[in-house]
Design a protein around this ligand. Structure first.
Ligand code: SDX
Length: 428
């Protein structure tokens, strides 16, 4: 017998069904509440509101659990690779050898972007932030593939749009970096795997051979897997909301890129490094900056700390912290800001302010230290997050469309002026 929630409003009883998920999460289904009672619910920032049901990713914030289609993130990070995880998220199952080969080869066949895209890229000043370029160029894919605008695309057409996006985003991302440093762009090399191809597009020079370092490729695969999806976070909810209006996959993901750019969200990985650099330049006194983070009158926040869902630890942060140690020692790098990061974490986790508010390092706290060790510039860190999150955005957009979810249109409670008459300007 499923549970029922009862609400008493103005002396009237309303009974609402309770929904329970496969991991025993429970929700009150309020679909009928407004029609029955005239009341809506109010939840700024949707802290307690479920927007949908989904079969893609499961998080348990109290236990620090994260799984993609039921597979624990720890196993996928250790044993899988990014293209296999992308297939799992998008199509719901781990691919067979043949399915993975087909998926990977189809992606390789679409890594080139139309040369006209370089005219758009050349229009950006070299100081343009790569996230702004990425969002614009991904949206411009609708111009090169106008058939993607058709909301009634066949499964095959949707699959082609998915392949094109998975294939072209790394090329566009690498080109946005080359634009920012005024270097010639590199073209995809389809003999290389996904991560290696991205690295050569980022770092190869026409004047010298580029050798892909297997330590770097392994670290990049792990980082991309750890960022691949995270249920209904800000940017994914943006992708779903935009897609619910029957906007194309490219337009929906372009909107998600803009949401991810925010420093409270994916932009935090760049903000963490800038914060650690600030602490180092200021003399490296972690305790001083912990005090600033606690001071309500000080706008300084400990970037990379805290999470809307995780209230004990972010399982991704644990894996990334270990990967940071492994990569820096394998590459023989001694980065003083890693030491500062560890001191900061230690100080915060022993400070009542952070403990009481359940603020722990999140996915962004250590990831920038690895990107830095891989030679990726700071303003490309959030682009790296987008590269990882892409299959999650695609999977969530696809699920929303396949479930024929209605256009998203939240309600509000109006608190403005009540009706009043217009006053001619001469009488104001
Ligand atoms: C990502 O949602 C996802 O899944 C996101 C993500 C994903 O994979 O998609 O995991 C990726 O976005 C990770 C988060 C990256 N952002 C940061 O690291 C920025 C710093 N963190 C915060 O701004 C904050 O913790 C958020 C935005 C992450 C969460 O904010 P909430 O849940 O709205 O919590 P809040 O801002 O209401 O904070 C609760 C309290 C407040 O203090 P009080 O008013 O109770 O006294 O904690 C304080 C906040 O001031 N607080 C912090 C803090 N984070 C929260 N104080 C100092 N430093 C911080 N980092």
């Amino acid at each position: 017998m499923s549970e029922i929630a009862e609400i008493i409003l103005d002396g009237q009883s309303y009974k609402l069904p309770v929904v329970e998920g496969t991991e025993n999460e429970k929700a009150i289904d309020i679909n009928a509440l407004r029609a029955q009672s005239g009341y809506i619910t109010l939840d700024s920032g949707y802290k307690n509101t479920g927007a949908t049901t989904s079969a893609i990713t499961f998080l348990d914030g109290e236990k620090g659990i994260l799984s993609y289609r039921g597979y624990p993130i720890e196993q996928l990070a250790e044993k899988s690779n990014f293209i296999e995880v992308a297939y799992l998220l998008i199509y719901g199952v781990l691919p067979t050898t043949q399915e993975l080969e087909d998926f990977s080869n189809k992606i390789k066949m679409h890594t080139l972007v139309n040369e006209d895209m370089r005219k758009i890229l050349d229009g950006f000043p070299s100081a343009a932030h790569p996230m702004g370029i990425l969002s614009a160029l991904i949206s411009s894919l609708t111009a090169f593939y106008p058939e993607s605008l058709n909301p009634n695309q066949s499964k095959e057409e949707v699959d082609l749009s998915i392949i094109r996006l998975m294939a072209k985003l790394p090329t566009i991302a690498a080109w946005s970096y080359k634009n920012s440093v005024g270097h010639p762009v590199n073209y995809p090399n389809n003999k290389l795997d996904y991560a290696s191809n991205f690295l050569q597009m980022m770092f190869a020079f026409p004047t010298e051979d580029y050798e892909v370092n297997p330590v770097v490729v392994d670290a990049l695969n792990k980082l991309l897997i750890l960022h691949a999806d995270h249920e209904q976070n800000c940017s994914t909810s943006t992708v779903r909301l935009v897609g619910s209006a029957n906007a194309s996959l490219y337009s929906s993901v372009s909107a998600g890129i803009s949401a991810l750019w925010g420093p409270l969200h994916g932009g935090a990985n760049q903000a963490v490094i800038e914060m650690l650099e600030q602490i180092k330049a200021d003399g490296g006194d972690s305790k001083k900056f912990i005090a600033k983070a606690k001071d309500k009158d000080d706008p300084f926040r400990l970037m990379g700390f805290g999470h809307r869902v995780y209230k004990n630890f972010d399982p991704r942060a644990k894996i990334i912290k270990k990967t940071a140690d492994d990569v820096l020692s394998a590459l023989g790098i001694n980065d003083p800001i890693l030491t500062i990061a560890k001191e900061l974490e230690e100080a915060a986790l022993n400070d009542p302010y952070f403990v009481e508010r359940k603020l722990y390092p999140n996915v962004d706290f250590y990831s920038g230290i690895i990107y830095r060790a891989l030679g990726i510039p700071t303003d490309m860190f959030t682009v790296m997050f987008a590269l990882g999150r892409l299959p999650g955005w695609i999977a969530q957009w696809k699920e929303m469309r396949e479930n024929k979810e209605p256009i998203g249109r939240p309600r509000q409670i109006y608190i403005g002026e009540t009706e009043r008459n217009y006053v001619p300007i001469e009488k104001r």
